[in-house]
Design a protein around this ligand. Structure first.
Ligand code: HEM
Length: 433
């Protein structure tokens, strides 16, 4: 029995390859972003519309984050709620393949001005994410009484706005429609706060207590905060599109408050962990939560008219803190646990099914993936150098790009190593049958 896994339905989980394919491909798309930054050089952090910057940002936000998040929803939703995403065995590969290919074509199309590639990228992303959203919404609607299921539902609903606007903007880069840059801010708000922010919230209600051995989140937070953040986003969007400043500010400050509270509560729970052993996953989530609080406060200062983000140095820093500091740190931290955990669990199921319990030894999670302390240090170095490059620009982009390649490349190699060890153990177990 897995400690703290009380009512989780591991009997409902999809085949290992469904989430694993996404988890293994994603780091290498992230590494490609580092290559793009290093090749583009000092021009990157001069103008927010720099096309290599937008392209590299989407190799990270679509190629790494969205790909892992699709795999995580297909894996976590059935385990937490007992309700599998319909058609997982074909939706998984279809969405993962179109999101990965779409991200690469996006980068070529926008980054190097190839309208055809941007167009095909827009079609693939629209198709793959469209299918995923349809079936994931059907499943999350059935699980709306479960806090994690509900937060995931709101996150997938946000993805409708993100991908809908994103594909429209990408079609603009393909020359198919006018490029409506006035909508880009709405796109990025739903992407960072809705799709990423709400999914991290929903998943954390399970994985933080389970893998970081903290107390559970307070029930009021699990039940109310995702809906409060989502409502704030809707109000901000209405105010933004109708140019009603007060409404936009009220909505934005609601979102800011929700995420500052969430980050604060998570850091407090982590401080009350029942395990004192240092752990890269907990450290990665600490960096993620601190970055989330900083990004939210920067957003709050802009809503209060104290600062302007937009095309400024602090605007670039905001992007690095929100995307790399918060989202990438949290997702890397989750991969450190979920990949060895799933590999171990599937092996354990084979041993049990073959009646070999106590007769054959399999590796435990730490042996499948020894704590990636040095890889996490590479992640911190990349985050630090990207922040310096965002503020000072110039030649700092080169070491920052190389550090991003090192961070994601090392993560990818470490995860491929887990699969290699899993395969070895699996063959050894099956040889006993
Ligand atoms: C289907 C997936 C997506 C597509 C097709 C897409 C497309 C685009 C396009 C074409 C732009 C540039 C707009 C312009 O030139 O004005 C853009 C901007 C942006 N996107 Fe996405 N995007 C997607 C998903 C995401 C996700 C998941 C995130 C973050 C988690 C994200 C974050 C951003 C940001 C931060 C910008 C703004 C850059 C700036 O304002 O400087 N996008 N997106």
């Amino acid at each position: 029995m897995i400690p703290g896994a009380g009512d989780l339905r591991f009997d409902r989980m999809p085949p290992l390859w469904v989430p694993l394919r996404a988890f293994l491909a994603a780091p290498f798309l992230g590494a490609a972003a580092g290559v793009m930054l290093a090749v583009a050089g000092p021009a990157v952090f001069v103008d927010r519309w720099n096309r290599e910057l937008i392209a590299a940002a989407h190799l990270v936000t679509v190629g790494f984050l969205t790909l892992v998040m699709v795999g995580a929803i297909l894996q976590v939703l059935p385990v937490v709620t007992g309700v599998p995403v319909p058609g997982t065995r074909w939706v998984g590969p279809l969405t993962e393949a179109t999101v990965a290919t779409g991200a690469v074509l996006f980068a070529i199309g926008v980054g190097y001005g190839v309208p055809g590639a941007a167009g095909v990228g827009a079609v693939l992303l629209g198709l793959g994410i469209g299918v995923f959203v349809a079936v994931a919404l059907a499943a999350t609607w059935l699980t709306r009484r479960n806090p994690t299921g509900r937060a995931m539902g709101l996150s997938v609903l946000s993805l409708v706005a993100v991908a809908g606007l994103g594909v429209f903007l990408l079609a603009g880069h393909a020359g198919w429609v006018p490029l409506r840059r006035d909508l880009t801010e709405v796109h990025l708000a739903w992407a960072l706060a809705g799709w990423v922010g709400l999914l991290v919230m929903g998943v954390s209600f399970q994985v933080v207590p389970l893998f970081q051995v903290t107390p559970n989140y307070p029930r009021w937070l699990e039940h109310a905060l995702p809906a409060v953040a989502f409502t704030g986003l809707v109000v901000w969007t209405a105010g933004r599109l109708a140019s009603v400043g007060g409404l936009a500010a009220a909505g934005s400050l609601t979102v800011v408050a929700a995420f500052v509270v969430y980050a604060g509560v998570t850091l407090t729970l982590q401080a009350r962990r029942r395990r004192t052993l240092r752990d890269p996953t907990t450290d990665a989530w600490r960096v993620g939560m601190a970055s989330l609080a900083v990004a939210a406060l920067l957003m709050g200062a802009q809503s209060a008219g104290v600062i302007t983000l937009g095309d400024t140095r602090i605007g670039f820093l905001f992007g690095v803190v929100a995307v790399y500091g918060f989202a990438v740190s949290v997702v890397e931290g989750m991969l450190y646990k979920i990949v060895p955990f799933l590999s171990w669990l599937h092996l354990q199921n084979i041993v049990t099914a073959e009646g070999l319990v106590g007769k054959v030894k399999i590796r435990n999670m730490r042996q499948l993936l020894p704590p990636p302390t040095r890889q996490f240090a590479a992640h911190l170095a990349a985050y630090g150098l990207l922040s310096v490059a965002a503020v000072f620009g110039g030649a700092w982009v080169w070491p920052a790009g190389v550090a991003v390649v090192t961070d994601f490349g090392w993560l990818g190699v470490a995860l491929v190593g887990v699969v290699g060890r899993h395969r070895e153990d699996r063959e050894r177990v099956l040889a006993e049958t």
